[in-house]
Design a protein around this ligand. Structure first.
Ligand code: IPE
Ligand code: IPE
Ligand code: MG
Length: 262
């Protein structure tokens, strides 16, 4: 059936029919990888790949909003990415600033609230200013959260949470024996945001590259060979259809889930 669906969608028939609107993932996270390889294939420089990557971001954000996805987290820049050549880092920072400036009005119009996770204080000051402005302007929006991971690292996030907990313990604001998994989450950069249901990685690499380490404990993983600049609405729907074909057991048996056994 799935192969048929793919054939159909390639012939231009909408894969949308295959998506169950009642069982959409609440939160989709994406590791947007492969801009460099996309550019190389076309004998272009890596930066051209990132420019095309921004177009894919726009298409996927719009598609998620239209579908009614509640949270979309995009891995835009990792802590490790600072070690790339300065020219590439500067270009990425420029693209980020430009994206925020260009898309702000449309985000507000489409009721999308921007959120940022990561060591935002590492970003160039002008980018931080633009980011703060966009966060402020989109604050009243509640249709979807666009959560950008910027200078993000999962291990740093966990360490940051532990530091916060220790500091609250010292101040007597909390007690060690009262710490729970739920409370721990409140110290993470993603506090207030439910864990991702679906994690998509483009470009075929089967690794998480320090992304949302705590949060993906029970997330469904989907890896596609498609390079990020080629990822579009159709690819997103394919990933969601695949997600909907899975049985999320959370440690239970299939019989328990289907109510055949107590
Ligand atoms: C993802 O594409 C974008 C960022 C990491 C910022 P890459 O730049 O990692 O592309 P590849 O992996 O070299 O193809
Ligand atoms: C992950 O991609 C980071 C982002 C998509 C921002 P990388 O290209 O940096 O990951 P590795 O180096 O292949 O693990
Ligand atoms: Mg990469």
């Amino acid at each position: 059936i799935q192969r048929l669906t793919l054939l159909w969608s390639q012939k231009g028939v909408c894969i949308m029919e295959e998506i169950d609107k009642e069982k959409l993932p609440h939160h989709i996270a994406i590791i947007m990888d492969g801009n460099g390889r996309w550019a190389k294939k076309k004998f272009l420089n890596r930066i051209s790949g990132h420019i095309k990557g921004v177009k894919a971001v726009r298409e996927v954000v719009t598609a998620c909003r239209e579908l009614g996805i509640k949270v979309l987290t995009l891995y835009a820049f990792s802590i490790e990415n600072w070690r790339r050549p300065a020219e590439e880092v500067n270009a990425l920072m420029g693209l980020l600033k430009e994206y925020l400036q260009k898309e702000c009005a449309e985000m507000v119009q489409n009721n999308i609230r921007l959120n940022a996770i990561g060591r935002v204080e590492d970003l160039p000051l002008d980018v931080q200013t633009t980011l703060r402005e966009t966060l402020e302007k989109t604050k009243p929006c509640d249709g979807m959260i666009l959560n950008l991971a910027l200078s993000y690292g999962g291990r740093s996030e966990i360490l940051h949470a532990v530091q916060g907990i220790l500091s609250d313990l010292q101040k007597g604001k909390s007690k060690l024996e009262e710490m729970t998994v739920q409370r721990f989450h409140e110290y993470l950069w993603t506090h207030g945001i439910p864990d991702p249901d679906l994690l998509i990685r483009t470009s075929g690499e089967f690794r998480v590259s320090n992304f949302l380490l705590w949060q993906i404990a029970y997330t469904e993983l989907y890896v596609t060979d498609t390079l990020w600049p080629d990822f579009d609405r159709k690819e997103l729907l394919k990933a969601i259809a695949d997600y909907q074909s899975r049985e999320r057991r959370f440690g239970l048996t299939s019989e328990q889930l289907n109510g055949r056994e107590e």
